[in-house]
Ligand binder design. Structure first.
Ligand code: ZN
Length: 244
């Protein structure tokens, strides 16, 4: 599909680039404070790090949160679930509603193995922030319904495709009672870099970081392999994991 070039799409892509700077600032601020940061830089924006305790509490002892986007996928979701089980790591799967509807058994397996499910839109349209209010509502509401119908549990978290936040996306997310969630560690595994690259980026995570990986949208064999190694390294360092 050709990229959209309408004025709203161009604006949305500009905002997406700005959010990537905020994301970087959040990660640097947490490193500088050795994890003891209180609250996000932008109070009205998405969550970038693992929220711990009451508002303003330091996040020094926060666990790591592994998040897995774009599934469920009949090849890669089961493979990733096996790796997570072998390391005793529970994660948060941000699912695409249309894929969830096609593979409801995988949704149920994710939940049965102790992971959490989040909403990652119905069709993963991009730039997400360029969508009109009605389309945003449709993307969010339908995925809530698919997951609730198939599992009996409605998600409480939402992640915008490609981190495409805007005032209207955030308003739509909050209208549905959901918490917007971003990330601080991104190995860009969707581009299918070398396994070593993903291992190196993920292994660098610190307490409180939210790690972004993918189990859908293409061949995720590198992600599955890399996580097996990176989780061994992080576990050896004493890292704790908890789903969001
Ligand atoms: Zn995605």
């Amino acid at each position: 599909m050709a990229p959209e070039t309408s004025p709203s799409a161009v604006l949305a892509l500009g905002a997406q680039a700005a959010w990537s700077l905020v994301r970087r600032a959040e990660a640097l601020r947490a490193r500088a404070a050795k994890g003891a940061v209180a609250g996000p830089l932008l109070g009205h924006g998405p969550v970038f790090r693992v929220p711990v305790g009451t508002a303003g509490a330091p996040t020094l002892d926060a666990p790591l949160a592994l998040t897995v986007d774009d599934g469920p996928d009949p090849d890669w979701t089961p493979a990733l679930l096996d790796v997570l089980a072998s390391h005793g790591v529970r994660a948060t799967f941000f699912v695409v509603g249309a894929r969830a509807r096609a593979h409801p058994g995988l949704l149920r397996r994710v939940l049965a193995e102790g992971h959490h499910l989040g909403n990652h839109s119905l069709t993963h349209r991009q730039p997400f922030a360029a969508l009109a209010a009605g389309a945003l509502d449709h993307e969010i509401a339908h995925t809530q319904r698919v997951v609730a119908d198939e599992t009996g549990v409605a998600p409480v978290l939402f992640r915008a495709p490609a981190g495409g936040w805007s005032r209207s996306v955030l308003a739509a997310v909050r209208h549905h009672g959901l918490t917007p969630v971003d990330w601080t560690v991104d190995p860009k595994d969707w581009r299918r870099p070398a396994v070593e690259h993903i291992v190196e980026r993920v292994s660098r995570a610190h307490a409180g970081d939210i790690i972004l990986c993918h189990d859908g949208g293409g061949d995720r064999s590198h992600t599955v392999k890399a996580l097996d190694t990176a989780l061994t390294t992080l576990r050896a360092r004493g890292a704790r994991f908890a789903p969001l």
